[in-house]
Design a protein around this ligand. Sequence first.
Ligand code: HEC
Length: 174
Amino acid sequence: MKAFLILTVLLIGGFSLFIYSGIYNVAASEPHLDAVEWIMETTRDRSVRRHADKAPGPPEREEANFREGFRHYDEMCVICHSAPGIEQSEISKGQNPEPPDLGEEVLKWSREELFWIVKNGLKMTGMPAFGLSHSDREIGDIVGFITRLPDISPQEYAGLREEMGRENSVGHSH
Ligand code: HEC
């Protein structure tokens, strides 16, 4: 019992010392330790699956409004996640963790999970919670759009921008 108490005090003391010493480098330009990265990713994946499972999914609609979803995506998401045929932005390159290309990542998640992520955001990653500024219906449209991303070609994406009268340079780095 006594040994256990001493060990606990030592562990807490050591941990506090580590934190107060400032040894851990919070620079975004430095990669995390493998162990820290594993903790963050595993916590994120497990947490999303558990919470999305209990939360209401996107509102029932015959079909999410694809163009509305595109409009929101092009305004709010491209700066970090890019899009077919769009070069990764300078902001995105400097983020840690780097926002992934969603064309590949969306296949990993169910519609309900994507809805939960976009609505609630992800702590400690820089992924914002869009539920504070957007209705469930709008987020449902965004999710409808991003699930189609793997099949959208650069030409189609540029075409959508043209239809909306958008400049094709937005999101480009130089
Ligand atoms: C300020 C930058 C930023 C913006 C803007 C942003 N995201 Fe993210 N997003 C991130 C980061 C960073 C992650 C987490 C990456 C990680 O955990 O490795 C992320 C993760 C995600 C994920 C989970 C993918 C995965 O497997 O990691 C989805 C889905 C997503 N974002 C969708 C969106 C959508 C849709 C929008 C626009 C409505 C958006 N994001 C806007 C930075 C951003």
